[in-house]
Design a protein around this ligand. Sequence first.
Ligand code: PXP
Length: 237
Amino acid sequence: MPRLGVNIDHVATLRQARGGNLPDPVYAAFLAEQAGAQSIVAHLREDRRHIQDQDIKLLRKKIGTKLNLEMSIAPEILKIACSIRPYQATLVPERRNELTTEGGLNVAANLKIIAAAIKKLKESDIRVSLFIDPDKNQVDAAQGAGAKIIEFHTGRYALAKNSRQKEKFFNQLKHAVDYAQAQGLVVNAGHGLDYANVRRIAQIKGIEELNIGYSIICKALYVGLFAAVKEMRELVR
Ligand code: PXP
């Protein structure tokens, strides 16, 4: 049974809409943990569109589970991560004009710079995961860069336009999980997972953790965050 990591970025998106203190991502993290979240995920973007530096500092101090900081390998962000020292850093690609993280890291094409970032983070005792597409070449590259943990981007499966595509992307993911596991990597997954599509992914043997944000925060508007996280945890289970 995979663990559930809850991404709280969009609590901060709502707060930033008015520039005040509400809703508070730290309180949201507390509620998510009470409802069964096994880690809290937050992405400190270079443009600070949602999570702010202070949120990461407070989350690091206040949460009872584990902080998984999503981040790019920009020197400024690396410096912040090394000073705050979250439990884990998940390295993701970042483009200023994207609405969300649209694909995995191209580790194969950026091996040296990613390996250097992993080394730096590990020197600060931070575990490092690489967010990659479910692709054998990227798995090999992730290992070559020194990663022990990877997170597969499930967006292609989640956004598939028809059942034929969905089947194709599901099988790609399943094979990639088998391959990465056989290489001795810890395998996580996430992106675009929701209450309708998560069950099938949660059943793939070898996935240790699912990281889910948007669908949970959307549901929370109707039923409250505690109920939204609890329902997702039950589905994952
Ligand atoms: N995992 C990673 C590495 C991500 O970048 C994101 C999105 O921030 C998620 C999981 C969660 O995706 P979603 O918000 O679509 O559930």
